[in-house]
Design a protein around this ligand. Structure first.
Ligand SMILES: Nc1nc2c(c(=O)[nH]1)N=C(COP(=O)(O)OP(=O)(O)O)CN2
Ligand SMILES: Nc1ccc(C(=O)O)cc1
Length: 272
């Protein structure tokens, strides 16, 4: 299996850099060019196979609205700055087709759309026009409260239909940890059920990407309010996700996560 030209014979790491000061984990934010380049280069040296650039937070519990022009300015600045310093594919984490298009023009390779082609009707068109691989997250209004796994699968199926209609083949699916928050069950239970049953997504025959890094479900389980204190919890969730079949792990902490991934993948070899 491959995604964006990267072989997925072993689990890969996607390093996250945000150029959005409002992002939920302040340690992920870079707004100085030198530090931005240094971080991207270090992440690749530490073993990242992809770099994800976010120019606007999508945290469902934060006030994150900014003008699209500002998101474009941040995204284009960051991608131009790092493009010639690293040799791995760069994804643009955006729900806006205009931002995606400008980012691809600036040198990004992959569209990372947390609305799974359902937010901006122009997004699949842009992916098609630029031949861009895409990461599609499970997205929609939760109706079946008792079955997180099948809800996620239904949402992903809808996104895959949109991709297929546009002839977009190179797709990675993502269960959108932290994004789906019905009134009940509590979201940390929802996220835990999805991770515990991640292998169900293998039926799509697509690469599976997961982002658990420092997220609020880890805070809820451990009592760690500050995302800066959630690395051990993130590594634990990462190990479970790899054991259950994740191909790509999206993280703020490349070095530590790669060790967790390697150990989980090695142990997985001997699982029944
Ligand atoms: N495909 C995918 N994309 C994502 C995911 C995720 O799980 N999967 N999580 C995010 C949250 O992390 P980030 O550090 O970017 O937070 P922010 O939205 O506050 O910037 C943002 N983007
Ligand atoms: N964009 C996101 C940022 C953070 C979280 C989370 O903390 O659960 C979820 C989504």
């Amino acid at each position: 299996m491959k995604f964006a030209g990267v072989k997925l014979d072993e689990p890969r790491i996607m390093g996250v850099i945000n150029v959005s000061p409002e992002s939920f984990y302040k340690g992920s934010v870079r707004n100085d060019e030198e530090r931005l380049i240094e971080t991207a280069v270090r992440m690749v040296e530490e073993g990242a196979s992809f770099i994800d650039i976010g120019a606007k937070s999508t945290a469902p519990y934060l006030e994150t609205q900014i003008p699209v022009e500002e998101e474009i300015r941040r995204a284009v600045w960051a991608i131009k700055a790092i493009r010639d310093h690293i040799d791995v594919p760069i994804s643009i984490d955006t729900t806006s087709a205009r931002v995606a298009e400008e980012a691809l023009k600036a040198g990004a390779d992959i569209i990372n759309d947390v609305t799974g082609f359902k937010g901006d009707p122009g997004m699949a068109e842009v992916a098609k026009e630029y031949g861009a691989p895409a990461i599609l997250c499970a997205h929609g209004e939760v109706r079946n409260l008792s079955d997180p796994v099948h809800t996620v699968m239904d949402f992903l199926q809808e996104s895959l239909v949109i991709a297929e209609k546009h002839g977009i083949e190179d797709i990675t699916i993502d269960p959108a940890i932290g994004f789906l928050r019905p009134e009940w069950p509590p979201w940390y239970e929802w996220d835990s059920k999805v991770i515990a049953n991640l292998e169900a997504l293998k039926i799509f025959g697509r690469p599976i990407l997961i982002g658990v890094s420092r997220k609020s479900f880890i805070g809820a389980i451990t009592g760690r309010k500050d995302p800066a204190e959630r690395l051990p919890g993130s590594l634990s969730a990462t190990a479970v996700a790899v054991l259950k079949g994740a191909h790509i792990v999206r993280t703020h902490d490349v070095k530590e996560t790669l060790d967790a991934v390697k150990v989980a993948a090695f142990i997985r070899r001997f699982s029944p």
